[in-house]
Ligand binder design. Structure first.
Ligand code: UDX
Length: 419
């Protein structure tokens, strides 16, 4: 029992986020979960793209200098941003945690939990002699996929160790996740430096937490336990473990839920390409006509500024609006998890970001996959070829949506074909 005058030590967790919505969001869910277990939470983030602290007053948010502006890296160069943050943020993070310890002697920092991409945090954890825990916000298989490289002889892949030592070409057949590796971008060399560093540093973590479920990725997880660390824990889907409000600075348009309430069960195609992807005018217009010609009700998220050269949907012709009328609803940002839970939604035309993938399969909504970059190709491969809960749209072509005329979309997801 606590004696009078005795000080109770607060247990604090420091969480370091990678400043993009698809990465911040699962970390906020994890923070919410840890907070519910009695931990105090400090979220450390770079100045760039900082999360909205007012949406989570229960946490302390601290910005650290990132020198991204001075580095001249563009906002869309994700590899460059990741490398620059890792170069610039270790000393500020260490300084920040040391200040916290000085200012709050009653607190015990029990660990630093960081997005895998912010791997510089591991060296700070090592220096402070606290556990450093790496959180993979994407599929576990990305740990393996990022650690293999195209063979210098032009055939197959070589493993991380072989790449580093420059010998011992490995037969790609020896990877039982070959199917997934086949989904790697054809020329990933521009990210080689990042992938090497990520792989090396992930091996140093005290533990790895992944926003996934064992039954989704058994094979990949077994390989990671063998090759990386036995201390790998699956904790997904985080949005179900600890539901919480959005940390996005984009305001959710909840009016689309009232619109969904008026639609027939499982009739609506929900369309969203995530928080980062951009499209040009032609993509926008082709997508629009694909939806118009489907004769299916649709709810489409077009983020402001995501269509190059325009503010929002100015490029959509009047004839499109006349044709779809009330059947189509276009919003700037939707309450996506609520949308996918809604009984009117029958399919999700998605870019296959990992969060969207987990959110969709959690609600049993089949996917039409249009992977655009990075891990999205791998996720699409999982969805279409391994779990078989979706179809991939042929590259460069837009769905003609042959499931027409208000049919129940969930009954025959495998029968959908793409023009
Ligand atoms: C990026 C990468 O594209 C993805 O592959 C990687 O796994 C994470 O980072 P992003 O484009 O943000 O992802 O997509 P995704 O991972 O699907 O995350 C998008 C999040 O935004 C989801 O949680 C989704 O619910 C939310 N969202 C999206 C909304 O809340 N409203 C919207 O209108 C659109």
């Amino acid at each position: 029992m606590e004696k009078q005058g005795e000080r109770v030590q607060q247990q604090r967790v420091v969480m370091v986020v990678y400043p993009f919505h698809g990465h911040i969001s699962p970390m906020i869910h994890l923070a919410t979960f840890l907070h519910s277990k009695g931990f105090s939470i400090t979220i450390v983030h770079p100045q760039f793209n900082s999360p909205d602290p007012s949406s989570h007053p229960e946490f302390t948010f601290l910005a650290i200098p990132d020198k991204l502006l001075e580095s001249g890296v563009s906002n869309w160069n994700f590899t460059g941003i990741a490398l620059t943050l890792n170069r610039n943020c270790a000393a500020p993070l260490q300084n920040c945690v040391e200040q916290m310890l000085l200012q709050n002697p009653d607190e015990n920092i029990v660990g630093i939990i960081y997005d895998t991409v912010m791997f510089f945090a591991q060296s700070v954890a090592d220096h402070l002699k606290v556990p450093g825990i790496s959180v993979r916000t994407s599929a576990a298989a990305t740990i393996l996929a990022f650690s293999v490289f195209p063979s210098p002889h032009g055939e197959g892949y070589i493993s991380f160790q072989d790449y580093i030592s420059g010998d011992g070409i490995q037969d790609p057949q020896s990877f039982s996740i070959k199917q997934l590796l086949a989904s790697l971008p054809e020329n990933p060399t521009n990210s080689t430096e990042l992938r090497i560093a990520l792989t090396r540093e992930t091996k140093k973590a005290s533990a790895i937490i992944v926003n996934t479920m064992d039954f989704l990725e058994r094979e990949a997880l077994a390989k990671i336990r063998e090759q990386f660390s036995p201390s790998i824990f699956t904790i997904g889907p985080l949005h179900k473990l600890a539901p919480t409000g959005s940390a996005s600075r984009l305001k959710e348009d909840s009016s689309c839920i009232s619109w969904l309430n008026k639609q027939a069960p499982k009739s609506v195609v929900y369309v969203s390409f995530g928080s980062l992807a951009a499209m040009d005018e032609e993509d926008l217009v082709n997508t629009a006509w694909g939806l118009a010609n489907s004769d299916q009700p649709f709810l489409w998220v077009v983020r402001p500024g995501s269509v190059r050269g325009s503010e929002w949907i100015e490029y959509l012709p009047k004839t499109f609006h006349e044709r779809v009328g009330e059947r189509g609803n276009i919003v700037r940002w939707a309450p996506q998890k609520k949308v996918l839970e809604h009984s009117a939604v029958g399919a999700f035309w998605s870019h296959c970001g990992w969060n969207s993938t987990l959110e969709s399969i959690s609600e049993g909504v089949p996917l039409l996959c249009k992977p655009l970059f990075g891990d999205q190709m791998l996720n699409s491969r999982y969805i279409c070829n391994i779990w078989k809960v979706g179809l991939e749209l042929e590259k460069g072509k837009i769905a003609e949506a042959p499931w027409q005329h208000g049919r129940d979309l969930r009954q025959h997801p495998k029968r959908l074909t793409v023009a």
